[in-house]
Design a protein around this ligand. Sequence first.
Ligand code: HEM
Length: 519
Amino acid sequence: MVFISLFEISIAFFCFLLFRHFLINKKTHRLCPTNWPFFGMIPGLLVEIHRVYDFITEILEVTNLTYPCTGPCFANLDMLVTVDPANIHHIMSSNFANYPKGPEFKKLFDILGDGIFNADSELWKDLRKSAQSMMMNPEFQKFSLATSLKKLEKGLVPLLDHVAKEKLAVDLQDMFQRFTFDTTFVLATGYDPGCLSVEMPEVEFARALDDAEEAIFFRHVKPEIFWRLQGLLGLGDEKKMTKARSTLDRVCSKYIAIKRDEVSRGTNNVDSHSKDLLTSYMNLDTTKYKLLNPSDERFLRDTILTFMLAGRDTTGSGLTWFFWLLIKNPEVIAKIRQEINTALFQRSKVDDDASNNNDSDSFSPQELKKLVYLHGAICESLRLYPPVPFQHKSPTKPDVLPSGHKVDANSKILFCLYSLGRMKSVWGEDALEFKPERWISESGNSVHEPSYKFLSFNAGPRTCLGKEVAMMQMKSVAVKIIQNYEMKIVEGQQIEPAPSVILHMKHGLKVTVTKRCLV
Ligand code: HEM
């Protein structure tokens, strides 16, 4: 009897705690997830995980751009989610020193070791300066453009011709990932893995990167102890992560050994003209960059892997969403074609005057820069579908953000780039529409948007180092395909972002292709 009453009293006390909790933690808005005792908002987030980006976007729109998200009390998953441009500018630029990526970031992305994505303070400075000096070198830029053009002519065009001739469907996402995988691998190591071909071979390195990215995404919503346990027991995503790690280590180690051998024998791959990043790092002047150690295999492995993640997936994802938007908006394709034809006509006039005979339909970087409408269309696509959909920061000292939110030392701040590009209060009432014209001024020049508003390439001192390489690559691919092919989306596909640290399409993008008759 006494036992039953004790049980009833406990239930009543628990109900009282729950009631009190809901009175204190009233929801900011009906769309926001409930903050449950013990589990925080995680149950509400997990229910919406299949459409997590749109869910967060809806919440941020109704909460004035910043939302404190509470995790389970035992899991250290509390974070402040913000897309307020004033906060972004404060964190990314004006108070950069107080906002490193932090140790939590490195734990989640541990597969990248001490590469530039994970590094902070002095190590990051050395990594950034060395990578910048290599990538800004005009020889590297020429090498990068030549690599893209060669892959276009020898890989992408034959594949699209084949698909058109045989009336097949091709997964554009797979095709672009293979394209950028090959080009980035050449830039990183000097070797072409030949992933883009009519046979579409399975490439274990590419599969391992995909698996690792998915596992990293889920680490963001799981308590650390949980995913570490999964890793130890070899379960779920962490099982894939362990396998991915061993594949990535093995492949990197193989290429490092081949390259060391070549560099020591002076027989470097002629195609790369010694401008690939691996060769440059092996010959690094370590008196300038005291914290970098190119004789350490681990350092070279982390560098290759970081560049593969930085260059392959981002540009591949950017191209996929861009072509999806184009196919859905044929009037945009027509305008880009018109712009390309005008540029080709002007070039032919200049050539006639100078008696040159340049009948190539590939554009030089200077010519590509003049395609203002194409530039606007790509920026518009990167605004709505940023390849890196979210980013983290963690303050070293407590601070108050311009939005008035207080942040503690070592707390987590998350920028949702996907949501930022869709906020009506930032981009206007037509924020959800695909409008390349948004990026063109009345005088016909490109409109520059500040990076704390258009964050797709990051902002402040950690701005993306590959922005120019990526834009040139996307433009070269776009010109070639738009000029020579028509594409149609295969009916009945569901197009949605996959939960990953890169904004992939969950089920790919299958299209049919026909070759255009050019007169
Ligand atoms: C459309 C294509 C691309 C997009 C949208 C993009 C976007 C970004 C973003 C958002 C970051 C910041 C990530 C973070 O701090 O967590 C970043 C950093 C970086 N990106 Fe890109 N990226 C692209 C292409 C490339 C390419 C092609 C390369 C190199 C070949 C590259 C190299 C880098 C590097 C080295 C960093 C680290 C910068 C630092 O931490 O100081 N990116 N990129």
